[in-house]
Design a protein around this ligand. Structure first.
Ligand SMILES: [Zn+2]
Length: 371
């Protein structure tokens, strides 16, 4: 069995936020009050006190308002910390959790499907259905073990979902001529090391054109008018349609190459970096549009399921500047406008994207062999 965690942002309503904050407070409280009693008991009797959250519920009745599993997990955390202390008293008693410094979080467990995602909402004990942005798919065979709800200092809430899955897949023997390198491409999805471009299908392009037209129509309407609302709904529907088409395409493409190749290599471009970096700024729209991030996530789990690997290459690797034939490094290629170039050393005619994809493949294979 292996474990895997997925983190998603959630959007609680006002009432749910209050309950989350209350739970964070209760978890911190029960941890501290139980620790205090443990310390007292140890000082008096030199022994470990086995206390449970239930004992405190009659004195502090408000503890009953929050998820009891959250309290139980706080107890488990405390026990683990306290056992360390017993193993090595020199390290001192576990520390109390301060309101200011400690992280706002609690962990609850999935018992009999009491936690699940339905229609863009996650159902949590005591809290009910909370809106979730599930930006990546979770394989159906994964079993949900626990969920940690947390709040960042900026007030945003997240869930980290821990899954368990059976990992009895035999790793595939990688054959050198069955490795694919992908170079992210803003205008389509990618160029590959075999000289192919993964272009969005025609139907997708058609609906994108339709969307542009529809948006133009919308811009001519008076904001707030009946017609404006009507056109706005049409645009929203089309957006949804396009997003479904894109997801479909990404699934088909990722399944196709995950089936075909033993090893796939890509550059390690995170969405965040791509959106921040100046050189990628012109990619901005495409990154969001063409679903590169979703695609790499799909690839990763599909390859894993087949005993295969996705190798990510550090983005500092100059994949577009190296001639894949002779290894000559051509700094002129930093200029992204150059699409075709002739290698001054060996004379090879290179296509920018395909050459980069080949370099990514070769570098990825090196990393694979070294591991
Ligand atoms: Zn060359």
């Amino acid at each position: 069995m292996s474990n895997k965690a997925y983190k998603f942002r959630i959007y609680p309503n006002a009432e749910q936020s209050i309950l989350f904050d209350k739970t964070f407070g209760c978890v911190r409280f029960i941890y501290n009050v139980m620790l205090e009693d443990k310390i007292k008991h140890y000082k008096e009797h030199g022994k470990m006190l086995n206390n449970t959250p239930t004992q405190y519920k009659s004195t502090y009745v408000w503890l009953k308002e929050v998820d009891s599993l959250a309290l139980a997990n706080a107890q488990l955390n405390l026990q683990a910390a306290y056992r360390n202390f017993f193993g090595n008293p020199k390290c001192g008693f576990p520390k109390f959790k301060s309101k200011k410094k400690s992280r706002c979080s609690y962990t609850t467990n999935n018992q009999g499907n009491n936690i699940r995602i339905v229609d863009n909402c996650i159902k949590l004990p005591k809290v009910g259905f909370v809106k979730i942005n599930q930006h990546r798919a979770i394989p159906e065979e994964y079993k949900l073990k626990s969920v940690t709800v947390s709040k960042d200092p900026d007030g945003k809430y997240y869930v980290s979902m821990l899954f368990e899955y059976e990992n009895n897949i035999q790793p595939v023997q990688v054959s050198e001529d069955n490795i694919l390198g992908l170079d992210f491409k803003a205008s389509c999805l990618y160029a590959d090391s075999n000289g192919n471009f993964a272009d969005m299908p025609k139907y997708y392009k058609n609906s994108s054109k339709r969307l542009a037209k529809q948006q133009k129509k919308l811009s001519r309407k008076t904001i707030g008018s009946k017609n404006y609302q009507k056109e706005k709904n049409k645009v929203a529907k089309l957006h949804k349609h396009i997003s479904n088409q894109r997801k479909d395409f990404l699934h088909k493409k990722s399944t196709e190459i995950a089936n075909q190749y033993d090893l796939i290599c890509i550059e390690d471009l995170s969405i965040k970096e791509m959106l921040q970096e100046r050189t990628y700024r012109n990619y901005r729209k495409s990154v969001l549009d063409n679903g590169w991030y979703d695609f790499t996530q799909m690839l990763m789990y599909k390859l894993n399921d087949r005993g295969k690997q996705l190798i990510k290459i550090d983005k500092s690797f100059p994949s577009s500047q190296i001639c894949h034939v002779c290894g000559y490094i051509n700094p002129a290629l930093k200029d992204e406008k150059i699409h075709k170039w002739e290698c001054p050393q060996c004379g090879e005619h290179n296509d920018r994207d395909i050459n980069a994809a080949i370099n990514i493949r070769n570098e990825g294979y090196k990393i694979y062999q070294a591991a």
